[in-house]
Design a protein around this ligand. Structure first.
Ligand SMILES: C[S@@+](CC[C@H](N)C(=O)[O-])C[C@H]1O[C@@H](n2cnc3c(N)ncnc32)[C@H](O)[C@@H]1O
Length: 231
């Protein structure tokens, strides 16, 4: 299929080479939010070595593959139609990976049993963009997060059309069960940052953590701060 390669430079060595496709929908190109989140991971603010990481709506896999080059054990997920592109990008960059990386189908709102236990991190870049997806996406986040899971959600603030309303609704629904904190711009990569691209760290609210823990034999002490990166 026709396409072109997007290079994503890395601090630690050769650039990632990410194939993009001319046809195939929004997931077939690397979005700016993915660049910002991938480069934020490289700052080392969130330790990734040997951590379990799940990426939602991975598209080309840029963010998850970057995490795998930083030593994480990563599962990049997206719809069935993105699997060929994800697999191709994993193979093109496998020699740079110091952790592990694989691709799997995960459609928001569907059963996530096979992705248990909860990962240390969930990564999302540019996944808040259509209204029908909000509730399934939030269900998936609830089903996947445990007491120690840190969700890093990077999104571009768009001012046109329905975008502001979709963003508002997403954060309204999200805050029923989750706490969030924006990662300040000065903590983003010095070059790959932009006023309109935000990174938010998201954790389950302590009450939910407590209930979750009771059902699964975890301690009941609410954990308010992410122990790994302190956001
Ligand atoms: C705007 S693209 C972002 C891709 C990539 N994260 C990036 O930033 O370059 C949104 C991604 O979400 C995926 N997506 C949309 N709806 C989804 C759903 N219901 N379940 C799983 N993935 C979905 C799309 O296939 C697409 O890859």
């Amino acid at each position: 299929m026709a396409g072109w390669v997007r290079e994503l430079e890395r601090r630690g060595g050769p650039a990632l080479r990410l194939q993009q496709r001319e046809a195939g929908g929004v997931g077939c190109v690397v979005w700016d939010a993915a660049l910002v989140l991938a480069k934020f991971l490289e700052t080392g603010a969130c330790p990734l070595a040997s951590r379990h990481v799940l990426e939602l709506g991975a598209g080309t896999g840029a963010v998850g593959i970057m995490a795998a080059t930083l030593g994480a054990d990563v599962t990049v997920t997206d719809l069935e139609e993105l699997q060929e592109l994800l697999a191709a990008n994993i193979e093109s960059n496998r020699h740079l990976v110091t952790g592990a990386v694989r691709a799997q189908v995960l459609k928001w709102g569907e059963d996530v049993t096979e992705f248990q236990p909860p990962p240390d991190y969930i990564l999302m870049a540019d996944c808040i963009y259509y209204e029908e997806s909000l509730e399934p996406l939030l269900k998936t986040l609830k089903d996947l997060t445990g007491p120690d899971t840190c969700v890093l959600c990077c999104y571009e603030q768009r001012t046109v059309g329905k975008n502001p309303e979709i963003e508002r609704k997403y954060f309204e629904l999200l805050q029923v069960d989750f706490e969030l904190e924006e990662i300040p711009l000065e903590k983003h990569d010095e070059e790959y940052r932009s006023e309109d691209i935000r990174i938010v760290a998201i954790r389950r609210k302590p009450a939910l953590v407590e209930l979750w823990g009771r059902g699964r034999g975890y301690g009941t002490t609410p954990q308010r701060d992410c122990l790994r990166c302190g956001w």
